[in-house]
Design a binder for this molecule. Structure first.
Ligand code: ADP
Ligand code: MG
Length: 550
């Protein structure tokens, strides 16, 4: 439930407004002056605050400033009796979302609150993107742990945070923490299953503990942590393997963690897991490099050994690079998803009006050639923009809604037939090399068609003078493998680095979204999409899809 705080010194306003908002489904809290408002903001979390500009003692503008210091994400709407332009302007400069004038119109208030809530949600999405940038800014383990702990405390408004990792005996130890006693830090060693962290490591489930830890019967026997009011303990998982534990807790802040915090913590933990995995790989490389230096120094006759290590070092380095790239992609996808879908919806309506009007005007008698041409450009460009929007929406919402068992050869063939005539006209020949007896796999066929279509169209675009596309299907390990190999212009190494970035395109009318959308769809199916290319020779796009349901 969304939470609203109202700060006003007029009792009638407070009462009328809060009962109206409660009827509309909000959870409402009130304060008669700025000081009480600040105290409430410190102990509880609100989504929106309605603040009267004119308050006895500290005024509404100063309260606004204080609220923004305590919780920058809270949206503040000012209530004003004598809307002096100057004070309203000042409020907006200081971060107020909007203002409403007295006498209060409850319908307008409801609309302003809804808009403020929308903005708050968008801010959270953007914040997530910022967080992922901060977490992936370093690869040094010590630096990373500090960044994670600082961020976790800020993002989740906690006053204690620790990260636990596994030691050589597979026991959890506190790798970094804020707010914990040095003694506890040093002496803590937990086996899997032991105490709260051990329980989370065993079950791989996050937990939220409220009203004191000992309140939960599973952990009733634990002593020494009685001062904790509420806590969230998250497993750090990479491919279902447990890497460690991230725990945040509140001691001073009265307000318990809630479901929204748990969700935030889980998303945060998934980013942390990816970054930790990266830092681990990097640590291994460092170790190998150090060993390599030792070997080199002391032994000439162990050249072979050293060479093997170099090979290992290279392999680890490659893995690190690949891993990091994928990380960025998946972090980007999750954080941008909502933002993109919101924006796409916002832009769609004005665009429809523009293209509709241009089309209507074109039907009329127009004598000026320039005007006519301009209208044509407007119409064509709005069609192009509509194209981008459609793709953006797909990018934002790859879903697993319509998963069914599919014969992949048949599925590809239906797309190949659909595009066949067009490709013939462009002198592009499709050669089929389908493996027999492939097991059916469960996919969202509609979405996978989007991927096939993108890859085939890209191949065609790469061969303006015609050429050959070879589609090959087969099995590799636990995966079904599909190759789309073209004899087109290929790509430079420089461009290869950017192809999965949304909006990267080298085409005049390209959207630059085909590959990033395809990447997202294949990822949702727990698969991989990889491209290899040789300039002037051609490109092979390969899709790997897991044979077994996961
Ligand atoms: P778009 O097709 O709209 O440009 P994509 O995301 O599908 O967007 O592709 C991005 C870019 O990647 C293309 O503009 C092109 O430069 C390059 N590309 C993709 N597939 C191929 C291919 N098969 N051969 C050569 N270049 C390709
Ligand atoms: Mg494309």
């Amino acid at each position: 439930m969304n939470r609203v705080l109202i700060v006003d010194d007029e009792t009638e306003v407070l009462e009328a407004l809060s009962s109206n908002l409660m009827r509309r489904g909000y959870s409402v809290n009130t304060a008669p002056n700025a000081e009480a408002g600040i105290a409430k903001t410190k102990t509880e979390r609100f989504d929106v605050a309605l603040v009267d500009i004119k308050l006895p003692g500290m005024d509404g503008i100063m309260l606004l400033e204080q609220i923004k210091k305590i919780d920058a994400e809270m949206e503040v709407v000012m209530i004003t009796g004598h809307a002096s332009v100057e004070s309203v302007k000042l409020c907006m400069q200081k971060g107020a979302y909007d203002y409403i004038e007295k006498p209060l119109d409850t319908n307008r208030i409801a609309v302003v609150i809804e808009k403020a809530l929308e903005k708050r949600q968008l801010t959270t999405t953007v914040a997530l993107h910022e967080i992922s940038k901060a977490i992936f800014s370093t690869i040094e383990m010590d630096e990373l742990l500090k960044i994670i702990v600082d961020l976790a405390m800020k993002v989740l408004q906690a006053d204690d945070c620790s990260i636990m990792l596994f030691d050589e005996n597979n026991k959890l130890y506190i790798a970094f923490s804020h707010g914990l006693d040095e003694e506890i830090k040093k002496s803590t060693r937990l086996a899997i299953g032991e105490k709260i962290a051990g329980w989370v490591a065993e079950t791989k489930q996050p937990i939220i503990l409220i009203n004191g830890l000992t309140n939960d019967p599973r952990f009733a026997g634990i002593t020494g942590r009685e001062n904790i009011k509420s806590a969230i303990v998250n497993p750090l998982l990479k491919n279902d393997k447990i890497l460690g534990i991230l725990a945040v807790s509140r001691k001073q802040i009265e307000e318990n963690f809630n479901k929204a915090d748990l969700y935030k913590a889980t998303v945060f933990a998934s980013l942390v897991s990816l970054a930790l995995d990266n830092a681990n790989l990097y640590k291994n490389i460092q170790k190998l490099r150090n060993e390599l230096i030792l070997v080199n120094k002391s032994l000439e006759n162990k050249e072979k050994n050293a060479l093997a290590m170099v090979a290992q070092l290279r392999a680890a380095h490659e893995e690190l690079k690949a891993n990091q790239y994928q990380l960025l992609q998946s972090a980007k996808l999750s954080a941008l998803g909502r933002l993109v879908s919101d924006m796409a919806h916002e832009v769609n309506n004005p665009l429809m009006i523009i293209s509709g009007n241009a089309q209507l005007s074109l039907m009329e008698e127009i004598s000026s050639e320039t005007v006519k041409n301009n209208l044509k450009v407007i119409f064509e460009e709005s069609q192009h923009a509509k194209d981008i929007l459609q793709r953006l929406l797909k990018f934002a919402r790859p879903s697993k809604d319509q998963v069914k068992d599919v014969d992949i050869n048949k599925s590809i063939e239906s797309v190949a037939i659909l595009l066949g005539h067009q490709f013939n006209l462009s002198n592009v020949q499709i050669i089929r090399s389908y493996a027999d007896d492939l097991p059916h796999i469960s996919i969202d066929e509609c979405q996978m068609h989007e991927v096939f279509m993108n890859l085939l169209n890209n191949a065609r675009d790469a061969m303006p003078g015609g050429g050959v596309i070879t589609i090959t299907t087969g099995i590799e390990g636990d995966y079904l493998k599909i190759d789309f190999c073209d004899t087109g212009c290929g790509m430079s190494e420089e461009n290869m680095k950017k192809i999965f970035e949304p909006f990267f395109t080298t085409k005049e009318k390209g959207t630059g979204l085909g590959l990033s959308v395809s990447y997202g769809i294949v990822k949702v199916h727990n698969g991989e999409l990889k491209l290899k290319s040789i300039p002037d020779k051609g490109t092979t796009a390969t899709i790997y899809l897991p044979l077994k349901r996961s």
